[in-house]
Design a binder for this molecule. Structure first.
Ligand code: ZN
Ligand code: ZN
Ligand code: FE
Length: 750
């Protein structure tokens, strides 16, 4: 009966390009005997199928229930229409125009099927370092423009050989429309250079030589997916400390890449959640408990190590040729953006590496490794980049306008937001110098171009001296756009609310190192009543003076000394306390005058700085070499068996730390101090939550990367019936604030 025949038109939006969605649709339609077409356009995937209505309904159901593993559908629209009489089912060529709504997929680790082929001597891609298929491989780092088709990627320079071409055009093949499809005949290859830039070996000969060089104890720069790594033997202290020296990176931990989970288990003790994260296709670096069998310089004084597994076939081939794990750290000088281009590697990384393993598949945009830590029982992104970027965060509401939110200064990411989506950039880094500012600017323009995004509003942090805020002011002025400044801790909490799809008012606990406050002082121990319209500062940690301003951030002993002055005045000089002894007589005197007169000693209510003070009081650290170091050291010393805590007072809406530190200084049980201190902070949160009386509590800010602290807060608050919300999609550190900024700017009535 012809009357039963209908046409169904379907539009699918989401991560549906480059994941084998079209061949899947093709196979499904063919199998069901339906006619029509499937087409990729910049708005997503468009499908038309004709057949009996019942079959069309089944097709629609199976389309979502049987979709390819990497595909993520965000929206699907369908419409029944009069049939037009299609006679076959075809895959149509891509169309260029239209609104860019397509989600660019992140780079995914090599899949099981490809791995099998990689190590199968009878396969034509045996040991081929660029093997990939529709289910795996690079995406975000090779796309030059949309739609995602080979001529729009950095693979455009490689002409597929007849065999690859056949796979590419065969809807039944796993490599049907796999844009980076390649083989040893037609695809990219490796080249090994000496530090002087001489070409030593090419193709797989280069791999063999690289393995030898690593065994001999050399440092190599190795080009991967989103940039170069610096790699060396993670068991050999001499070479690891040499790498530190060359990179001018004193103590900040290095990540280690293991051949497989089995090898990783020899050196670390991941929990089952951590194992699942290690094996996930995003392949982040996961912070896991170390068995302390790696070279000491890998992660000095820390009980955790950043571990990860190979994700590019290059890594698999390399680690398979070695019987030791590799340090794999970003190929750059400290504080500079990661190097991604061959030429730059040959001129810059040759000071850091003895040899350079490059390849001729260009990286369009840099993308650092992501870092994840399990905090309070949930995975928390510490750095959200490769494998996750640029997947958007979906909001529970629509924004009024298109927003560019530039983020903070440290661990920067920025966001492009429109409708109900916030696209968050890959990790930019600390935007503190000209190189990183330039990289930041270039990345902003790059993403805006890719999505053909024209902001209607620019949002930045309120801090007058953040480079990103300065840039935003300049950019807004140049483009004639409105600029909005958002208070740092407010943005932190908004970000936590947005990713948890919360709509009503919450109690936001925003604790971090520093953020610029409304009153011009440095905030960082904030309890805020927050809604999307605005916030109220309910309580905060009693401000103390930061001796020497910025200097105090690097020197925990200055924070500790300031607290000691506040408690004991000039009697502090006679006290046998480590922070006092960490200064000369003369320095002490000068600092006391500075403290008393308030010379270069701005007030701060930072919770992060209190961790610094404790580390110095315990004689663990008087000067730190990277952000958050003292908190990490204290976290390692936490003992769950210690249940008690120090006294504190809440008066005038301030949390008075004086009783806490008085008790802490007198505490004879040194080993219990870190635990008692962390417990105290958790009890402070519980106390304030009860006073504030709001059911939902959001935790945000760098301090909440601390697992025992977050676990304790959750335990105490949940026992009292509060609902605690943590970050799981974006970092709780400043790498997450662009989301909060974007949401505020997008909703605000102006
Ligand atoms: Zn694959
Ligand atoms: Zn080929
Ligand atoms: Fe912050």
């Amino acid at each position: 009966m012809l009357t039963d025949r209908m046409r169904l038109r379907i539009l699918v939006r989401g991560a549906v390009q480059g994941v084998g969605f079209r061949p899947f649709v093709y196979r499904l339609a063919k199998e069901m005997g339906l006619m029509g077409y499937v087409l990729n356009d910049t708005g997503g995937v468009e499908i038309e199928v004709e057949g009996e209505k019942e079959l069309l309904e089944e097709f629609f159901y199976r389309l979502t229930s049987e979709k390819p593993p990497l595909a993520r559908i965000h929206a699907i629209e369908s419409q029944f229409l009069e049939p037009v009489g299609y006679e076959d089912f075809t895959i149509k060529e891509s169309q260029g125009a239209g609104n860019k709504q397509v989600f660019i997929l992140p780079d995914m680790s090599v899949c099981e099927d490809c791995l099998k082929e990689l190590f199968d001597p009878s396969n034509r891609r045996y040991m081929y370092p660029f093997i990939n298929c529709t289910n795996c491989g690079p995406r975000f780092t090779i796309i030059e423009r949309l739609p995602y088709d080979r001529p729009n990627t950095t693979m455009k320079v490689f002409q597929m050989c007849p065999e690859c071409d056949k796979e590419y055009h065969d809807p039944k093949d796993r490599r049907f429309h796999a844009q980076p499809n390649a083989c040893p005949e037609c695809g990219p290859w490796l080249s090994l250079y000496s530090g002087k830039g001489e070409l030593l070996e090419e193709r797989n000969g280069a791999l063999e030589l690289v393995a030898e060089l690593l065994k001999e104890g050399h440092i190599l720069a190795v080009k991967g997916v989103g940039g170069f790594h610096l790699m060396c033997n993670a068991l050999e202290e001499r070479v690891v400390s040499l790498l530190r020296e060359r990179k001018r990176r004193k103590e900040k931990p290095f990540a280690v890449m293991f051949r497989n989970l089995e090898q990783l288990l020899e050196y670390a003790e991941p929990t089952s959640l951590e194992k699942a994260l290690l094996l996930s296709p995003e392949r982040p670096i996961v912070l896991v408990r170390s068995k302390e069998k790696l070279a000491p310089s890998v992660a000095p004084s820390l009980k955790r190590v950043g571990a990860f597994l190979p994700y590019s076939p290059i890594h698999y081939l390399l680690l398979n040729a070695l019987d030791f794990p590799l340090v794999a750290t970003s190929g750059n000088f400290s504080e500079e953006p990661i190097v991604k281009d061959n030429e730059e590697a040959l001129t810059k990384l040759n000071c850091l590496a003895d040899f350079i393993l490059a390849h001729n598949r260009d990286i369009k945009r840099r993308c650092d490794d992501s870092v994840v830590k399990v905090v309070g029982g949930f995975p928390l992104p510490v750095r959200r980049s490769r494998g996750y970027a640029p997947m958007p965060i979906t909001l529970p509401f629509k924004l009024r306008r298109k927003v560019l939110a530039v983020g903070g200064m440290l661990k920067n990411t920025f966001a492009l937001a429109f409708e109900d989506k916030v696209f968050i950039s890959q990790h930019v880094g600390d935007v503190e110098n000209l190189e990183t500012l330039r990289a930041f600017e270039q990345m902003v323009y790059d993403l805006m171009e890719l999505y053909e995004f024209e902001p209607e509003l620019v949002v930045c942090d309120m801090h007058p001296r953040y480079e990103t805020s300065r840039w935003a002011r300049h950019f807004a002025e140049e483009k004639g756009l409105k600029l909005m400044e958002v208070q740092h801790h407010f943005a932190h909490i908004l970000s936590c609310m947005a990713e948890n799809a919360l709509e009503a008012q919450v109690l936001g606990i925003a604790w971090d190192g520093t953020g610029y406050g409304e009153d011009g002082t440095l905030w960082g121990g904030e309890f805020l009543e927050v809604s999307y319209e605005g916030y109220k500062r309910l309580f905060h940690i009693k401000p103390f003076k930061l001796l020497g301003g910025e200097k105090a951030v690097k020197e925990p002993r200055r924070v500790a000394l300031s607290l000691i002055f506040e408690l004991y005045g000039d009697k502090a000089f006679e006290l046998e306390l480590p922070p006092v002894r960490a200064f000369s007589e003369r320095e002490l005197h000068n600092l006391y005058v500075a403290w008393k007169e308030g010379i270069n000693s701005p007030y701060s209510s930072s919770a992060g700085r209190l961790f610094d003070a404790v580390a110095s009081l315990l004689d663990i650290r008087h000067v730190i070499s990277y952000e958050g170091q003292s908190a990490m050291l204290l976290e390692d010393l936490y003992k769950p068996s210690v249940k008690d805590y120090y006294p504190f007072e809440v008066s005038n809406l301030q949390i008075d730390w004086r009783p806490t530190f008085e008790a802490l200084i007198k505490d004879r049980d040194k080993e219990g101090i870190p635990s008692r201190f962390i417990n105290t902070l958790a009890h402070v949160c519980a106390h304030v939550a009860k006073e504030a009386g709001m059911e939902r509590v959001c935790l945000s800010g760098g301090v909440f990367q601390n697992d025992p602290l977050v676990s304790k807060i959750k335990e105490l608050l949940e026992a009292e019936g509060f609902k605690v919300f943590l970050h799981q999609k974006v970092p709780t550190n400043d790498g997450g604030i662009c989301l909060g900024q974007a949401v505020y700017g997008g909703l605000k009535e102006v």
